[in-house]
Design a protein around this ligand. Structure first.
Ligand code: ZN
Length: 44
């Protein structure tokens, strides 16, 4: 099993893996695979 990262926006662990990115539909957040979650969080 692969380990998916938590949603950087709401910290949920129930993320989906899309073709080239991760998605968490509950909050609508999407982010790239090679985009560090911490960096995304810092940009807000
Ligand atoms: Zn989220």
């Amino acid at each position: 099993m692969s380990t998916l990262p938590n949603c950087p926006k709401c910290q949920s662990q129930y993320t989906y893996e899309d073709a080239s990115r991760y998605v968490y539909p509950e909050c609508g957040h999407e982010w790239g695979r090679d985009e560090p979650a911490s960096e995304t969080e810092a940009k807000k």
